[in-house]
Design a protein around this ligand. Structure first.
Ligand code: ADP
Ligand code: MG
Length: 695
């Protein structure tokens, strides 16, 4: 394979300063010794004092300095949490679970006891848990049942610079919670409003808030809380030499492959960290590296590939933290999770494709507002963070697969999620707290158009009436840890008598893995195997057929037989296992809210029953995701103007049916609908008319 030309970057890197010192990570020092060698250790007392004396503290420190793992332990040891818990938020599920394991290990306990975690569809905690790593989404969910978050005496908002929608929502709510729990004197001295008026009965413990971030955007957080103190942790960063390509590289996966082997054959030992946008690219690069790995000279190091992405099973996550065995070079293929959330030891070389995936809603084209994940260019701030990962333990090298001109044209920082994502789910949660999106004091306000779309979505789903008032249905929908359309489908099913079936479908749609194994080399065989499950109406009932067959095989052939069967049928067993676990948890939620999850078509009909009811329930949830067939054979959105095609992976591809509903749109060469079912046209029109009339 031809090599790629790199130029040494002419840019000076003022932000990466040099200080020397042992990292301690590969030494035989005890775990506690390692903790003491982290940069934050020197500032331990200062951090504890700041938090003791202030209600809100902002803490800035470079990635790897020890903020996420150490600060909660310091605060617990200093007894600042009293008898309450410490919550620490993470934007990503994988980060929350893996950090909890690490901190439990440092405390010589197993995860779920003193140190626990809570993420969507998974929890490890007990009555003895004092430090809890949670996703920001989970903490927002806890607000619904406990608006003052009274179980926690310290709440640490971590990775605040990422400005996810949930983090912004929490930060806004923390401001009012502080006023209610600590009295107005502590934050924003705005007259006599707080005293008495906000003091809730029951005497709440005062709350401490710590905002942590890896980038320097501290002023904004500090100002938001009325000018609170900011502490800076001095990092330990070695110089990183940056190379940039001389020409642009349209195929970044191929460019990453060639660059990796250039490093592997020419450069001394040291692990390589490659940043890619998502799981598909990671899997495809992993395959290519394995294919070429046996062509390198016999005397070179062997290659150990470690993928790292959101849907990676926990058992595989721990591998990336282990040192590469002698004679091997670790090659970590990661999404931007490795940018600041988790620090991987041993990295000397970084390959930066310059791409990431970003959630964004495309309101203008489709008139409704549904989020899609788009691959896009990173920001300059991300590029600097990515390069920094190479200089944790010594001098490092970063290979950017883009030119210097491209770098200079990148935006400095990312737009907060609240300005580019659908707000329906957040709006619903806020309405349950009797708050309005328009009135909440956010760090950045969402624009009017997205608020309008969110209201429109919730009215269509029946969660708000036409006066924007929360309906009993809406309150029930919010109780489910599901996006509003799926929650609506589930509750519609309970009215129609097919809860069991729709619960199964919704569980599969909520997994992080794909149900069907799909790669080029097995495509024909996979299509053949899948034919068995195919349902004429499309993908939703096909999913149901798959799960039913899976349950039959589980019963008759047990665990080993099931595994074998999945492999033969080109089904992803991990997805099915995850769906079963999600279904169990959703059943619990059903029970708590008097929804009988056992009601199904099979039971009362003695046969498969009227499967049209299942589609009717699904259509009530996906009413905004509907499209009608046009005379020329294409599909046009029912509530927008976009022309869409049925995705090649759908069982309905090339079919012409009067109306479809779909799970999501994917934007590639065309706009494709994925997860498609054919439904009678009146399922869509009836719902629309009904909502317009009654709300
Ligand atoms: P920060 O939050 O400031 O970026 P962290 O507290 O996440 O820093 O990391 C501190 C140190 O702990 C790093 O050196 C990192 O490599 C190590 N670490 C974090 N998680 C794990 C883990 N699961 N296994 C081993 N080491 C870990
Ligand atoms: Mg951190």
């Amino acid at each position: 394979k031809s090599s790629i030309k790199f130029d040494l970057s002419s840019r000076k890197k003022p932000r990466l300063s040099t200080t020397s010192g042992p990292s301690g990570f590969f030494s035989n020092d005890s775990l506690q010794q390692q903790r003491k060698q982290l940069p934050i250790y020197a500032g331990k007392d200062a951090v504890v004092d700041l938090v003791r004396e202030n209600d809100v503290t902002v803490l800035i420190g470079e990635t790897g300095s020890g903020k996420t793992t150490q600060v909660p332990q310091y605060l617990l040891e200093a007894e600042l949490a009293g008898s309450g818990m410490i919550a620490i938020t993470q934007p990503r599920k994988v980060a929350a679970t893996s950090l909890a394991s690490r901190v439990a290990f440092e405390q010589s306990t197993s995860v779920g006891s003193l140190v626990g975690y809570s993420v969507r569809f998974d929890e490890a905690s007990s009555s003895s848990t004092r430090i809890k790593y949670v996703t920001d989404g989970m903490l927002v969910r806890e607000l619904l049942g406990d608006p003052l978050l009274s179980r926690y005496n310290i709440i640490i908002i971590d990775e605040a610079h990422e400005r996810t929608l949930r983090t912004d929502l929490l930060i806004a709510n923390l401001k009012t919670i502080l006023q209610a729990r600590n009295g107005s004197a502590s934050v924003n001295r705005t007259g006599d409003k707080g005293k008495g008026k906000h003091k809730m009965p029951g005497n709440y413990n005062p709350l401490k808030v710590v905002i942590m971030s890896a980038t320097l955007e501290a002023e904004k957080f500090s100002k938001f809380f009325g000018g609170v103190k900011v502490a800076y942790i001095k990092g330990r960063q070695h110089p990183v030499i940056i190379y940039q390509t001389t020409s642009s590289q349209p195929d970044y996966v191929d460019a990453a492959l060639r660059t990796f082997f250039q490093i592997h054959t020419d450069q001394p030992p040291g692990d390589v960290l490659i940043f890619l946008p998502g799981q598909e690219d990671i899997e495809s690069l992993e395959k290519s590296i394995k294919m070429y790995a046996n062509q390198v000279p016999k005397d070179s190091l062997s290659i150990l590939i470690c993928p790292m992405y959101a849907a990676l099973p926990p058992s595989m996550q721990t591998r990336i933290f282990l040192a590469a065995p002698v004679g091997t070079r670790k090659c970590i293929l990661a999404t931007n999770i490795a940018e600041t959330s988790i620090t991987i030891p041993g990295v000397k070389y970084v390959i930066d494709t310059g791409k990431c995936k970003e959630k964004r809603y495309i309101a203008k084209q489709n008139g409704t507002g549904f989020d899609t994940l788009l691959t896009r260019d990173i920001t300059q701030s991300s590029a600097v963070q990515r390069a920094g990962r190479a200089g944790r333990e010594g001098k490092g090298f970063c290979f950017r697969l883009y030119t210097e001109d491209t770098f200079n044209a990148l935006p400095l920082t990312a737009e907060p999620e609240i300005c580019r994502c659908t707000l329906a789910s957040s709006l619903l949660q806020l309405r349950c707290l009797s708050q309005n999106l328009e009135e909440v004091d956010f760090m950045d306000k969402p624009d009017e158009e997205s608020i309008y779309f969110a209201i429109k979505t919730l009215v269509l789903l029946g969660a708000l009436d036409t006066h924007k008032t929360l309906t009993p249905l809406g309150r029930k929908m919010a109780a489910f840890p599901l996006e509003p359309p799926l929650a609506r489908a589930l509750l519609a099913a309970s009215d129609l008598g097919c809860t069991a079936e729709v619960l199964t479908i919704v569980s599969v749609l909520s997994t992080s893995a794909k149900l069907f194994v799909d790669s080029h080399d097995v495509r024909d065989a996979a299509v053949e195997a899948r034919r068995k499950f195919r349902h004429l109406s499309g993908d939703h009932l096909t999913v149901l057929n798959v799960v039913r067959a899976y349950e039959d095989v589980s019963r008759s052939e047990g665990k080993a037989g099931r595994k074998d069967w999945c492999r033969k049928m080109f089904l992803n067993e991990r997805c099915l296992a995850e769906a079963m676990s999600i279904r169990t948890q959703l059943r619990d939620v059903c029970e708590r809210h008097q929804v009988d999850w056992k009601v199904g078509l099979r039971e009362h009909e003695g046969s498969d029953g009227d499967q049209g009811l299942i589609l009717r329930a699904i259509a009530q949830g996906l009413v905004q995701n509907a499209a009608f067939l046009q005379p020329d054979g294409s599909y046009k959105q029912a509530m927008g103007h976009t022309m869409i095609k049925i995705h090649p992976s759908s069982s309905l591809v090339d079919k012409k049916v009067p109306a479809i509903v779909y799970d999501e749109l994917v934007y590639t060469t065309h706009v494709y609908a994925r997860g498609v079912s054919a439904v009678p046209k009146n399922f869509i029109t009836e719902t629309q008319i009904l909502r317009q009339r009654t709300g």
